[in-house]
Design a protein around this ligand. Structure first.
Ligand code: NAD
Length: 331
């Protein structure tokens, strides 16, 4: 597969903008395509907003000169110029198939095409695509410029080489590529997020808690531990000296109690109102932009602390630093 000097983006909304900032900061040129001409301004603004956080995150790491950003409303023009394409159009199977079908033949067959889809399986999207073996899912997390995880998933017709090359490209822009063994709807992380999301909707529906109380139950407790070790290792520690086996024995009976629901409740107007009003109360007049600034400053600070202990996303940052120093030594 090709060396990635130019990243092509198909769709430049929330996720496309995040990919652009991350790649540009890592010295990769970006050609971004969106059918809405007004997205040109929007992607430049998104990149300008993200760069200070990226600079703070990578302070002390020798970074290459920033890449160059260009924009087009013609996806084929983007496809002809790109060494790797990341698709970020809305989460609709027909929209994705149509948009990818339109650009595939404008690329070389050695150009990897990756989809940011949150839930579709790669086999569903690659059906009918020209050279489907180079198609993967590369599912990122918002904000893409600060969250290092990308789930790399292959479909029935994806080659191992495409999965490996996609993972290698993502590592080169500072990400943690998690190779998902088998395609399933929602990949891995969104399944976990959805399980929590379902319970939140039930709690709102049953009037058990407000959105604020639900968020308190996360951020002051189990959520605070998660960036360090994840759920499973934390549970092992909850078993004390008895470890994982003791933990499972202790909590096994509760698995039979009706603590949680499997099916989500119907999304009624009442739940939607509770959610919308609750989260607006929590924002307490702060704009999305102000909330994003708080989120991003904390994401940078947390990752720099984790790096000191070489755990979680801090480990990814340390690996990226090593790589950057090697590149400088070789130059
Ligand atoms: N928002 C998130 O938190 C998040 C996280 C991970 C993955 N994703 C996935 O990323 C993808 C994009 O999500 P988003 O939140 O950025 O959406 P978005 O609505 O913010 O942006 C989509 C963009 O695609 C453009 N578009 C639509 N059709 C197009 C076409 N045919 N060619 C080129 N551009 C086209 C639209 O004009 C728009 O600018 C979805 O598949 C979503 O599931 C989203």
């Amino acid at each position: 597969m090709r060396q990635v000097l130019t990243l092509g983006l198909l769709g430049t909304g929330v996720i496309g903008g995040g990919w652009a900032a991350r790649a540009l900061h890592c010295g990769v040129d970006v050609i971004a395509a969106d059918i809405q001409p007004e997205m040109e301004n929007s992607i430049h603004e998104a990149v300008a907003r993200a760069i200070p956080s990226l600079e703070a995150l990578t302070a002390g790491i020798p970074m290459p000169p920033r890449g160059k950003l260009t924009f087009t409303t013609e996806p084929e023009v983007m496809a002809a110029a790109a060494d790797f394409i990341q698709e970020n159009v809305p989460e609709n199977i027909e929209t994705k198939r149509k948009a990818l079908g339109a650009i595939a033949r404008a690329t070389g067959p050695d150009v990897i095409i990756s989809s940011s889809t949150s839930g579709f399986m790669p086999s569903e999207i690659q059906e009918g695509l020209w050279h489907p073996e180079r198609f993967v899912v590369g599912h990122p997390f918002n904000p893409v410029y600060l969250c290092p995880l990308v789930e790399v998933v292959g479909g029935e017709r994806t080659s191992q080489a495409a999965k490996d090359s996609a993972a290698e490209f993502y590592r080169s822009i500072g990400m943690h590529a998690l190779l998902v063994r088998r395609e399933v709807p929602g990949h891995i992380a969104d399944r976990l997020q959805e399980a929590m999301w379902r319970e939140i909707l039930h709690a709102l529906n049953d009037d058990i808690a407000t959105t604020s109380e639900l968020d308190e139950s996360i951020v002051y407790g189990f959520g605070l531990r998660l960036p360090i070790m994840g759920m499973n290792q934390i549970c092992m520690m909850a078993g004390g000296e008895g470890g994982a086996r003791h933990y499972l024995k202790q909590f096994a009976p509760s698995l039979d109690w009706p603590w949680s629901h499997l099916k989500a409740p119907a999304l009624t107007d009442e739940i939607i109102d509770r959610f919308v009003q609750g989260t607006a109360d929590q924002a307490a007049g702060r704009s999305i932009r102000e909330l994003e600034n708080i989120r991003d400053e904390c994401l940078v600070a947390i990752q720099r602390v984790l790096a000191k202990h070489d755990v979680g996303a801090g480990r990814t940052l340390n690996a990226f630093e090593k790589r950057a120093k090697k590149r400088v030594e070789r130059a």
